[in-house]
Design a binder for this molecule. Structure first.
Ligand code: P6P
Length: 278
């Protein structure tokens, strides 16, 4: 399965020159779909169907869970095919996020057996956990991924990636952000969850896309963004919270559930929960 997704990474990376047009359609969240979003979604779904490696497939671009006939096993997979795709036309790094469950995908994130992301930046890298440490791979010119870092642990660091508009912050979140600034945390936010989280994983700090005025559930998706990234950051010694509890303990209600996200070093997540509890 890992090999399948690594091979798709090469296909998707090579596909960026195809088109950066809008597809003229919207996803289930009402967001403009780029032609590349739909193309990457098709590549991954059709590829998985052919291999029959999984029974359940849910992607950010599809309205429901796809069930494969006569699968080789009962795995379920959640995919954000091209997270941050609107950044491609300004040449910023974007990513593919994948989470793998032993069965259907409407289960808490802490039941995942593996999670990975492919980051399409100056290098194309794959960051993977199967529960025995978080490891980094870099794709070479032939499309082969080679191990570059084993058992990554999130270091102490003072970066913070704050999503949403400051004018819409809820009071306790505003106090949390002010406290980070007072403690000398430097703002680094690209608009790409995968790129921002990869930076936090390697340099320390915290990513947050909070609940905010008018969207108290936040913007990011529980199944397709928070859970896979939460497994990775947790297996690297960090933590992920919705401001109150560990997101990985949340039982999803539907595949399009949204969640506030605080993800990064344990220290920063404890700080966030302290402020959000006031
Ligand atoms: P905003 C990309 O659309 C995404 O889902 C994440 O990758 C990213 O962290 C966030 O939305 C950016 O949101 O509101 O800053 O454009």
């Amino acid at each position: 399965m890992i090999l399948f997704f690594s091979e798709q990474g090469k296909t998707i990376k090579n596909g960026f020159l195809r088109s950066q047009d809008k597809a003229g359609t919207k996803n289930i969240y009402g967001e403009e779909q780029m032609a590349l979003d739909k193309w990457a979604d098709d590549v991954l779904i059709n590829g998985l169907k052919k291999t029959r490696l999984v029974r359940y497939i849910a992607t950010e671009e599809q309205p429901g869970i796809i069930e494969i006939e006569n699968p080789k096993n009962n795995f379920g997979v959640v995919i954000d095919p091209l997270d941050g795709s609107s950044l491609i036309d300004v040449n910023l790094a974007v990513g593919t996020i994948i989470g793998i469950y032993p069965g259907n995908v409407l289960a808490p994130g802490n039941t995942m057996i593996a999670a990975m992301y492919i980051l399409y930046g100056p290098l194309t890298t794959l960051t993977l956990t199967t529960g025995n440490g978080v490891h980094d791979f870099v794709m070479d010119e032939k499309g082969v991924f080679t191990l570059t870092q084993r058992d990554i642990k999130i270091p102490d660091g003072k970066l913070y990636a704050p999503g949403a508009l400051r004018k819409d912050y809820l009071p306790m979140h505003a106090k949390f952000i002010d406290n980070l600034e007072a403690e000398g945390y430097k703002l680094r936010f690209s608009g790409s969850f995968v790129a921002d989280m990869h930076q936090i994983l390697h340099k320390g700090g915290v990513f947050t896309y909070p609940g905010f005025r008018g969207k108290e559930k936040g913007k990011l998706r529980l199944l397709f963004e928070a859970n896979p990234m939460g497994k990775i950051i947790t297996d690297a010694g960090g933590a992920i919270s919705n401001g109150k509890i560990n997101i990985l303990s949340v039982k999803p209600k539907a595949i399009d559930d949204l969640t506030p996200i605080y993800a990064g070093g344990k220290k920063e997540i404890e700080m966030a929960e302290k402020f959000m509890a006031q």
